[in-house]
Write a protein that binds this ligand. Structure first.
Ligand code: GLP
Length: 241
């Protein structure tokens, strides 16, 4: 694995945007795995800037987002659908039919999980997967567990994730208790994985993922088995390495 250190979260975002831009130049119809959360926001801003400057074109790219809360309306400002439209899709030239997100409001959530995995497989899998990392080492919403779950699935969010994501909602009671997440199998099947981590509150998770045993208690540790994984870290996130 490669680990690159930067002085600021803005630089981490620039580096990630360069990798995504280069991916699209090399293969304009790339399938991108996209992430939400505050960490990738500088990456999306930089990609928007590069797109406006004429350097990056999303017109034939395809995207699949990692996850979505269950039973939160898509129009809710904390939904990941809203986040992606607001932070990224509305500002670049993706064909709307090429952007995919799991439907956390599906009547049959298990059927939705199966459908989402099938659409990804039909698209040929993910070329470049962008990831953040939870304070508890989760990727997507794959929470600490005694196993790695291969396929897309419905997750019960842990108290630590509910607490971490509470900052986006009015009260803790408003944070959804469940989410749909891409499984570890689809993530690890991506041809290239780029994980971003910024800030001291990620230092412990980053250290466990990189230095400790590969263990589902730290889901990100599985990334070490991947042949092309790049961690882009600011100095705070790397401070416990
Ligand atoms: C959320 C998302 C993850 C994200 C993580 C970190 O729960 N499901 O995909 O990587 O938490 O978020 P942030 O970047 O806001 O710290």
């Amino acid at each position: 694995m490669q680990v690159h250190l930067y002085d600021s979260s803005a630089q981490v975002g620039q580096a990630a945007a360069i990798l995504i831009g280069a991916q699209l130049i090399g293969k304009p119809g790339s399938v991108l795995g996209l992430a939400t959360g505050s960490t990738p926001i500088p990456t999306y801003r930089e990609l928007i800037r590069m797109h406006r400057a004429g350097a990056v074109d999303f017109s034939s790219a395809v995207s699949f987002n990692l996850d979505e809360y269950c039973r939160l309306p898509e129009q809710h400002p904390c939904s990941y659908h809203y986040f992606m439209r607001n932070e990224f899709f509305n500002h670049v030239n993706f064909a709307p039919s090429n952007t995919h997100m799991p439907n956390g409001n599906a009547v049959d959530l298990l059927a939705e999980c199966a459908r989402y995995d099938q659409v990804i497989a039909k698209a040929g899998g993910i070329d470049l997967q962008l990831l953040g990392i939870g304070r508890n080492g989760h990727i997507g919403f794959n929470e600490p567990s005694d196993q790695f779950v291969y396929g897309c699935h419905v997750v019960k969010l842990t108290p630590s994730t509910i607490q971490a994501n509470r900052r986006f909602f009015d009260t803790e009671a408003d944070v959804p208790r469940e989410a749909i997440s891409l499984g570890i199998g689809s993530i690890i099947s991506a041809k290239r994985i780029v994980l971003l981590a910024t800030g001291y509150d990620k230092a412990q998770a980053v250290c466990r993922a990189i230095r400790e045993d590969i263990d589902p208690a730290t889901q990100a540790s599985i990334l070490r088995t991947h042949p092309d994984v790049i961690f882009l870290l600011d100095r705070a996130a790397a401070s416990k390495l």
